[in-house]
Design a protein around this ligand. Structure first.
Ligand code: A3P
Length: 292
């Protein structure tokens, strides 16, 4: 796989995007969803891979365990809007998935979700992560991943993040847009990264009841163990080490997996400004995170 040149951001129907996620737009929008498809929707760096792996184990851990040892997570749970020329698109990978249900990943803001997912009443698992940790994780991801625009230094990136000048746009619009949708669409389950960290087993129970899955106590415990940060970090099928676009020497994909790492990055001044900005941006939403 060739290294892709760093892309530039542009405004795409009001959301900052790059060509790698818009060039296959029409095909992506015309995807034919199936009623049992399960969509994992997130703002980047919210724990997408973690929840994708949990869902894969819950559905296929018993009936097809070899899948976890031989197919990387990004092929098991394709990235719908991914569209780099010379590589197979996310949409084509979705079409080729042999499994039922199909597990599909997206970072699209809610207004861009292809209509077929709503028409088919597909279940959607949305995962949100607090803004500051998301920003830090996204910064390091930009440094190591050549399909992201150059992030610049931390201060520059933080400003861009606050203004939504990052790929997939504003964190504020993303998390609140999906939150609004969830109020009227019970097929959307809204999870928080911080809850998964606090009690992975409890969140797995929530997922099982949302997805009508019945697993034994032992089976659930097995999933809890497999998806622990250290186990995923050392697992080639979940740590993205097979993806040459990512330079894991710059920053590993499975970086820290913690709540509160933002404290190691934000200066006092950045924190104060961010808190003020956050208050303004979130004032019309009922969505509440544990911390700003
Ligand atoms: P950090 O950069 O803060 O470490 P995504 O999959 O949406 O790109 O999110 C990646 C973030 O989720 C990274 O955050 C990564 O370490 C974290 N993550 C992935 N698996 C995890 C796990 N099992 N437990 C905790 N965090 C995890």
């Amino acid at each position: 796989m060739e290294k892709a040149p760093r892309p530039t951001l542009f405004d795409f129907h009001g959301v900052s995007m790059t060509k790698y996620f818009t060039e296959n737009w029409e095909n992506t929008q015309n995807v034919e969803a199936r009623p049992d498809d399960i969509l994992v929707a997130t703002y980047p760096k919210a724990g997408t891979t973690w929840v994708s792996y949990i869902l894969d184990l819950l559905h296929f851990g018993r009936i097809c365990p070899e899948r976890q040892e031989s197919i990387p997570i990004h092929a098991r749970v394709p990235f719908l809007e991914y569209g780099i020329k010379s590589q197979i698109t996310g949409k084509d990978l979705v079409d080729q998935l042999p499994t039922s249900p199909r597990l599909i990943k997206t970072h699209l803001p809610v207004q861009f979700i292809p209509k077929s997912f709503w028409e088919q009443n597909c279940r959607i698992v949305y995962v949100a992560r607090n803004a500051k940790d998301c920003a830090v994780s996204y910064f390091h991801f930009g440094r190591m991943n050549s399909i992201q625009p150059e992030p610049g230094d931390w201060n520059t990136f933080l400003r861009d993040f606050m203004e939504g000048k990052v790929v997939f746009g504003s964190w504020f619009d993303h998390v609140t847009g999906w939150w609004e949708k969830k109020q009227t669409h019970p097929q959307v389950l809204y999870l928080f990264y911080e809850d998964l960290i606090e009690d992975t087993r409890r969140e797995i129970d929530r997922l099982c009841s949302f997805l009508d899955l019945s697993l034994s106590v032992e089976e659930k415990q097995h999933v809890v163990n497999r998806v622990k940060f250290d186990n995923m970090k050392h697992n080639k099928m979940t740590n993205y080490s097979t993806v040459p676009l990512m330079d894991q020497k710059v920053s590993p994909f499975m970086r820290k997996g913690k709540v509160g790492d933002w404290r190691n990055h934000f200066t006092v001044a950045q924190d104060e400004e961010f808190n003020e900005y956050y208050k303004q941006k979130m004032k019309n939403s009922t969505l509440q995170f544990r911390t700003v």
